[in-house]
Design a protein around this ligand. Structure first.
Ligand SMILES: Cc1cc2nc3c(=O)[nH]c(=O)nc-3n(C[C@H](O)[C@H](O)[C@H](O)COP(=O)(O)OP(=O)(O)OC[C@H]3O[C@@H](n4cnc5c(N)ncnc54)[C@H](O)[C@@H]3O)c2cc1C
Length: 437
């Protein structure tokens, strides 16, 4: 099939946001008598799930310090749970065990969960935390953890399968997905709207454009001639670059994944730990003496997870661009820290460092100046979904965008308007060592 000459809704990017938008938009257009899937085309330069969505750990949680993020995540959780088979969603829960600096923040998150009717459990005090953890994993041994927040909803999805599930749903609603089509530029009219999109296989006239390009946002932002600098969220007089890149450090320990099991033989929750206990390698060498944060899960063929990301600046030297997907090869430093922290937490992971995978893993994320998403019309007919790397779990954003495009408003997405930078209305920052909590 060649590129059509025109389409009403052109979606750029076949990751979680592009495909969730395509699916919900096709459905709502039909339901509202405004058209249908035939009006929706997704163009993707590589293949379905080739970007960040396909390499994500796939964790789905609602542990967010900021109320707008919590509300949006509960909405996303509803969508994950609406079709767990197609979305390859494992509803195993999400457990965060943290050190003293995080205690007040996690207590606040728990209170918000309670007020919003989201089921979670909060444990305080080092002794109680250890007892609670040993009730799930008999060999839990991490010291100096003061709080646990155990979400009974949430968990993780198999990332590639989930995105293919969305593509199937979009195509069932008659949306088209064209792979191997790279967007190279935009024709912009006098009123600021985009009239045509240039690709490497031709030009297409458009009614609306939805940009959902994940870590490639800086390039597309430039093509749309949008401001590359914003007022600093904390000092209005200072300007700062809007987009910068972090390398997400993730990997696998290639052992039988079934060693990671709960005391009652169940698939374990996704576990997240923040601590500042110094970590030592199997040879007794000090490998980490700063605060650290890790997460891990039972994967299909290994134990998989990650640690705090590395800032790689406003130019991405790891090159997630062009024809390549945003793979990033993590190295020995990551595996020294991650394997030592797993062993620090659970006896069953002692001696596992030699089984660290040598396959490429991890990836690059584009983060905004305040580390929160930009969900907004950036031109009169161009909606940008740029999630500041919060987003595999945000499967419900496309649903809200579809509502907006079919004439509704979205209270859930309003706090993520681009105008917050000029208005100096940043979302509150947590004490977490991760930029996405
Ligand atoms: C290693 C890693 C682990 C992560 N783990 C998690 C996690 O556990 N939970 C979580 O919630 N989030 C996680 N994230 C973040 C999450 O993956 C992203 O926020 C989310 O997937 C972004 O989705 P997207 O649809 O915007 O982008 P993507 O999935 O990257 O899709 C964008 C698509 O656009 C295409 N594209 C780019 N430029 C063009 C162009 N010019 N023309 C046509 N097509 C183009 C790309 O090929 C790509 O397929 C992780 C990220 C990484 C890198």
């Amino acid at each position: 099939m060649g590129l059509p000459q025109q389409v009403e809704y052109l979606i750029i990017g076949a990751g979680v946001h592009g495909l969730s938008t395509a699916y919900h938009l096709s459905k709502y257009l039909k339901e509202k008598g405004q058209g249908g899937g035939a009006d929706v085309l997704v163009v993707e330069k590589s293949s379905i799930a080739a970007g960040a969505s396909g390499v994500a750990c796939g964790n789905v949680r609602c542990n967010y310090y900021q109320e707008p993020m919590t509300r949006l995540m509960i909405h996303c959780m509803d969508i994950w749970e609406s079709d767990p088979d197609t979305f390859a969603y494992n509803a195993v829960g999400y457990l965060t065990a943290s050190f003293a600096p995080m205690a007040a923040g996690l207590a606040a998150v728990y209170q918000r969960h309670q007020s919003l009717g989201y089921p979670s459990h909060f444990i305080e005090g080092e002794k109680h935390v250890k007892k609670y953890m040993q009730g799930i994993f008999y060999d839990w041994q991490a010291e100096k953890l003061e709080v646990v927040l155990h979400e009974h909803r949430g968990g993780h999805a198999w990332s590639k399968q989930a995105i293919h599930g969305l593509a199937i749903k979009a195509e069932q609603e008659d949306a088209q997905v064209m792979t191997g089509v790279t967007v190279t530029g935009f024709e912009i009219a006098g009123d600021g709207s985009v009239t045509a999109v240039h690709t490497d296989v031709g030009v297409i006239q458009v009614g609306h454009v939805i940009v959902a390009v994940g870590p490639w946002i800086k390039t597309l932002w430039g093509m749309l001639d949008l401001p590359q600098e914003v007022a600093s969220p904390h000092h209005a007089a200072d300007m700062m670059e809007l987009w910068r890149f972090l390398a997400l450090q993730e990997g696998e320990i290639e052992v039988n994944p079934y060693i990671h099991i709960t005391n009652n033989g169940q698939r374990p929750p996704l576990v997240h730990v923040d601590s500042d206990v110094p970590l030592y390698g199997e040879d007794g060498r000090l490998v980490w003496d700063q605060p650290w944060g890790i997460y891990f899960k039972r994967d299909k063929h290994a134990v998989q997870g990650g640690a705090v990301p590395l800032d790689v600046g406003s130019e991405c030297h790891i090159d997630p661009y062009g024809a390549r997907s945003p793979f990033y090869c993590v190295g020995d430093d990551f595996y020294d820290l991650w394997a030592a922290s797993l062993a620090h937490c659970m006896k069953r992971f002692q001696g596992m460092r030699p089984y660290a995978s040598t396959r490429p893993s991890g990836g690059v994320g584009a983060f905004s100046a305040d580390n929160f998403p930009v969900f907004d019309f950036m031109r009169p007919n161009v909606y940008v979904i740029a999630d500041s790397n919060h987003g595999f779990k945000m499967i419900g954003v496309g649903e809200q965008v579809a509502r907006i495009l079919t004439g509704e408003s979205s209270e859930l997405l309003a706090p993520f308007a681009f105008s917050r930078f000029a208005a100096q209305k940043p979302l509150p920052k947590s004490n977490a060592p991760f930029p996405w909590m």
